[in-house]
Design a protein around this ligand. Structure first.
Ligand SMILES: CC(C)(COP(=O)([O-])OP(=O)([O-])OC[C@H]1O[C@@H](n2cnc3c(N)ncnc32)[C@H](O)[C@@H]1OP(=O)([O-])[O-])[C@@H](O)C(=O)NCCC(=O)NCCSC(=O)C[C@@](C)(O)CC(=O)[O-]
Ligand SMILES: NC(=O)C1=CN([C@@H]2O[C@H](COP(=O)(O)OP(=O)(O)OC[C@H]3O[C@@H](n4cnc5c(N)ncnc54)[C@H](OP(=O)(O)O)[C@@H]3O)[C@@H](O)[C@H]2O)C=CC1
Length: 418
């Protein structure tokens, strides 16, 4: 449609025509052109296909050479998500011990304002105490055994310390950083699932554990003769809500808490500790139980999604993060004690999307970009800040619902009605 209007070299025009004619597949364009040109030609082909002219997606500052090798296939451009900050947020963690501006990428009006309000409450109340309790990334292949008797023998073999040492040696040969921590077998009929848990240091670790477990899977096949059905048998469980992840943990298991004096609740949240307790109890606990929800929180996923988008995390892991539990209890000093427990928070400060320019900028705001001086401390620091930010979001939203302000806030900030 616009072919004649494009400013292309003769060679590019020829290539584009071949793409449009189906002679060159989208994913093969890089074989005939440099990465930036390949992205442009694919985008123009989509314009032709969809009969439209893009105004925005061609505008980006990404390093195409790198991202097309590590982060994306069939690239045509980039989408932008507005970025805001909430804070300062005071965090009293083992790894994060300061006040932070938290970067949040979202299109939901009122979200940043809400987290900002929660940060203000937390910081005025002395800061959120945060601790990481578990730190393990998992991958669980499934094996098919010939009989129940073989399955039983396999189960015992896997549990023997000698086998574990063998597996550990093979797994750790594939990575400079990853450490195999445990292998837990689970049986279903004659299928045996092995849940491998690794310390992945500053990486979120899914590529790392997949590569390491693949190597061990071959060892198992050679040594025991168990038939591997698939490298991921869903007992991991990656990117699906699952009780196993909420019980045993996946990624970081983190808890954040704060005790808020009554005056701060009244002044900043416009409600009372009692009304917040009532909302949390009836909504996050009873309501979630009645609904059969796996998350006992108000909107942990909102904060996690916004930080993940800003900081180059795998957005699909919001699923695991959404299983948080929010508790609110009245103290005898007329304060309210609030906590969030995040059983499964996969995060990393190296690898995946953390190296992209804008995402790295956001990690830098928090002082957690890249590898820590001691491997692992940056990702734990990051996890503590995420947990404190989730606590801020929970406090503000529960406060707004206790005050009856939810609809008003979204009418004002989500629809621009002031
Ligand atoms: C909107 C507020 C914060 C107003 O809150 P407010 O108390 O009426 O506002 P305020 O003007 O008195 O300001 C109080 C503080 O809020 C912050 N604040 C206030 N306005 C802004 C702003 N424009 N930009 C940045 N920060 C802002 C800021 O920290 C400020 O302190 P200050 O800086 O003045 O000392 C409040 O009503 C609120 O938090 N509402 C809840 C909104 C929310 O949490 N939305 C999240 C999404 S809801 C959803 O998606 C999930 C849901 C609801 O379906 C889940 C469920 O089932 O529950
Ligand atoms: N493969 C899969 O099944 C899945 C993949 N993903 C994707 O995986 C990616 C994330 O995987 P991930 O393994 O985290 O990242 P990457 O594979 O992108 O990079 C991680 C690697 O960085 C190196 N590294 C350098 N410094 C450190 C350090 N301080 N701590 C830890 N590692 C360090 C390690 O290399 P080395 O090990 O060589 O020493 C590590 O394996 C994301 O893009 C995600 O979307 C998501 C879900 C499933």
């Amino acid at each position: 449609m616009f072919l004649e209007s494009y400013e292309l070299t003769e060679e590019e025009k020829l290539l584009l025509q071949k793409v449009l004619d189906g002679e060159i597949a989208f994913r093969k364009i890089e074989e005939f052109a440099d990465p930036l040109t390949a992205v442009k030609l694919r985008r123009l082909a989509i314009q032709e296909y969809a009969k439209l002219e893009f105004e925005h997606i061609q505008n980006f500052s990404l390093d195409v050479e790198t991202v097309t090798k590590r982060n994306i296939e069939n690239m045509i451009g980039a989408v932008q998500v507005p970025l805001g900050v909430a804070g300062l947020l005071k965090v009293n963690g083992e790894y994060a011990n300061s006040e932070y501006y938290v970067p949040l990428a979202t299109t939901e009006g009122a979200l940043v304002a809400s987290v900002n309000r929660g940060c203000s409450v937390i910081t005025k109340s002395g800061g959120a105490n945060v601790r990481v309790f578990e730190d393990e990334m998992t991958r669980a292949p499934v094996f098919k055994l010939e009989s129940l008797d073989r399955a039983r023998k396999f189960y015992d073999w896997v549990k023997s310390p000698q086998t574990f040492e063998q597996m550990k040696e093979v797994a750790e040969k594939t990575t400079r950083f990853g450490k195999l921590l445990s292998v837990k077998p689970f049986v279903t009929g004659t299928y045996v699932y092995l849940r491998f848990s690794y310390d992945t240091k500053d990486a979120m670790g899914m590529n790392m554990v997949t590569i390491a477990t693949d190597a061990v899977m071959h060892l198992i096949e050679d040594e025991f003769g168990a038939h591997p059905v698939t490298l991921s048998g869903n007992m991991c469980t990656d990117k699906k809500p699952a009780s196993i992840s909420t019980i045993l943990g996946r990624g970081k298991t983190v808890v954040a808490e704060i005790t808020i004096p009554q005056e701060i609740v009244k002044e900043t949240l416009k409600c009372t500790p009692e009304s917040m307790f009532e909302v949390n109890y009836s909504k996050n606990l009873l309501g979630s139980a009645r609904a059969g929800a796996m998350g006992f929180n108000a909107h942990a996923a909102n904060i996690i999604a916004a930080i993940y988008l800003a900081c180059g995390q795998d957005a699909a892991h919001v699923v695991e993060g959404s299983t948080a539990i929010t508790s609110m209890e009245l103290t005898k000093y007329e304060e309210i004690h609030c906590s969030v427990t995040l059983p499964a928070l996969p995060v990393g400060t190296v690898g995946g999307g953390t190296g992209l320019g804008t995402q790295r900028d956001c990690l830098n705001i928090l002082g957690v970009s890249g590898a820590g001086d001691t491997p692992g401390i940056n990702s734990r620091k990051f996890a503590e800040i995420v947990a404190a930010a989730v606590l801020a979001g929970e406090i503000s939203l529960i406060g707004a619902q206790a005050a009856g302000h939810l609809a008003r806030a979204h009418a004002q900030l989500g629809r621009g009605k002031f």
